[in-house]
Structures are given as C-alpha cells and as structure tokens.
Design a protein around this ligand. Structure first.
Ligand code: SF4
Length: 287
C-alpha cells in the first residue's frame, strides 16, 4: 500500500503564530495567571498541552469570561473576537494578547469598509463558530447564513449587498450560494475570503485521481476546516475517515487499500500526522 501526504499539512501560518505566541506568553509571565478566552485553536491535544503549562482555557460566554478575570494575561484566539470585548479587557488593565489570524483581520477590514458605504453584508459561516461570532459582532447589518436553505429564507431590501464568507468554509458551498444570490441580486458584490490554507487543502482533495482509494483526515472534530475536508472527500466518493490521533485508526479499514492519502486540518500538529503514518507503516511491516 502506498501512503502519501497532501500539502499543505500540519499547522497553517495563523495557527502556528497563535500557538507560538501562547508558549512565549507562558515564558514571559511566569508569575501571572494566563487565560485563553475560548480554545486558542480547535485541537484538544494542543489545548491540553497549554493547560499542563498552567494556561486556563475559559470556554464559557466570552463576556462572562472577561468579567471573571481580575488580573493577569488574556489571550484571544486566532478565530477573531468582538473588538468590544478586547477593549473591555484592556479597560480592566489586563495584559491583552490578540492572536487573531491576519486573514480574519483582513476579512473584518473588508466588511467594515462595505458597512461604512451602507451595504448589507451576507456572511456565509458556521453559526456558533467563534470567527462567525466575531464577524457578526461588527454590525447589525451582517446576515449570517450557513447553507443554501438559509440563503433562500433571506430577503433584503437594500440594493447594496456584499456577499462574503468565513475563512474556512467549503469551496463548493461557497460556489453554490454565490450562484444563487447572483440570480436574486444581480448587482451583488462578492468578496471571497477563504484563506489560502483552507483553499489549498480543499483543492488537494478535489484534485485526487481514481488511483486513491482511501483518505485519512487527521484533525479535531471541532475544527471547521477538518469537517469540510471530510465532507469534500465524501463528495469525491473516496472512502475516508477522520481521526483525532493514531489510536483511533481502524486497521480493518486499511485492509486491501492500494493508495492512502493523509490530510490534516489547519490546527493539527504535524507530529500527529507523523504518528498516524508511523502506525500504518508498523502495521504494514507486521502484516
Ligand atoms: S485556517 Fe486560515 S484563517 Fe484560520 S488561522 Fe489558519 S490561515 Fe488563519
């Protein structure tokens, strides 16, 4: 059986910077409490390591989390945060570390520009995802939709409409929803905000040929980009599994496979992919 890796693999740039930042903060402030407001990245193994190194991850409502902290360092996640909450933390004299990814910052700037020009914004994203929550906090003129069904329920009077999206959404959903809105609002402006890490990983799945008979996506089930990779693999009709780590590998599934391709989400450390690959190689040797 042949095993290959799809690229890019391991952490994306935004996650890498955020994770490094947390470790720097741990070193820099040995005597202060350190809090992450929400999961810094959607990967349990990464978050568990932060916790071991005395970081407290607060997963309650973000505003309540800020209210509950009286001193120390607060780290805001790579997904982005409501700017008013960041301001609130600063006003409490907390040390604020904002790890918002540069792609999310750019997305926020673009949306604010259109809001200023009195556009309504249709935003394709995942309800309850921290990035979508951060974006929707920017204005009451942002309408969050998840899918085509939501799109069909939306009726806007404003002739000025800007359509955009969460950085980690599925390329195929994006295309389908854009085509729908183009018919309803011919003058709609579309700003594609998929980040390059998401786009390249999804394109890698879509470009696989028929010689591949198995896809393994290594990543956390809470990660939006991992879930989208898995759904795209299903659409390609290639047998696929999504696992958090090598212990979840089902060896029966591997039997008779000719060519397996390993993918990872943007918040999956490369070491986890390596561990999965090593486990398969060991199993092959034993077989
Ligand atoms: S997945 Fe994309 S938007 Fe999210 S942190 Fe990585 S590069 Fe940034």
């Amino acid at each position: 059986m042949k095993i290959t890796r799809a690229y890019p693999i391991g952490f994306c740039k935004g996650v890498n910077l955020a994770v490094q930042k947390v470790y720097e903060v741990i070193e820099m402030y040995p005597h202060l409490p350190i809090y992450c407001i929400g999961q810094i990245v959607h990967n349990d193994i990464v978050n568990q390591d932060f916790v071991k190194k005395r970081v407290k991850i607060l997963t309650v409502n973000k505003e309540e989390a800020i209210d509950s902290i009286s001193q120390g360092v607060v780290i805001f996640s790579a997904h982005g945060t409501n700017p008013l909450l960041i301001q609130k933390a600063k006003e409490k004299n907390l040390i604020v570390i904002d790890t918002t990814c540069f792609y999310v910052k750019k997305e926020m700037q673009v949306i604010l520009k259109y809001i200023k020009e009195q556009y309504d914004i249709i935003y394709i994203g995942k309800k309850n995802h921290p990035e979508a929550q951060a974006i929707c906090s920017l204005s009451s003129h942002i309408y969050l939709i998840e899918n085509l069904q939501d799109a069909k329920q939306l009726h806007l009077e404003n002739k000025k409409i800007f359509l955009t999206n969460q950085t980690t959404i599925s390329i195929l959903d994006l295309k389908e929803i854009f085509e729908y809105f183009k018919k309803i609002y011919p003058s709609i402006i579309f700003g594609d905000e998929l980040c390059s890490s998401t786009r390249l990983r999804q394109e890698a799945i879509l470009s696989l040929n028929e010689n591949v008979d198995g896809i393994i996506i290594v990543g956390d089930k809470h990660s939006n980009n991992c879930t989208n990779l898995y759904l795209l693999a299903q659409k390609k009709k290639i047998p696929s599994i999504m696992i958090s780590n090598e212990k979840e590998l089902d060896m029966h599934w591997l039997k008779n496979k000719q060519h397996i391709v390993l993918f990872s989400g943007a918040s999956t450390p490369l070491s986890l992919v390596q561990a999965v690959e090593n486990t398969i190689l060991e199993w092959q040797k034993e077989g």
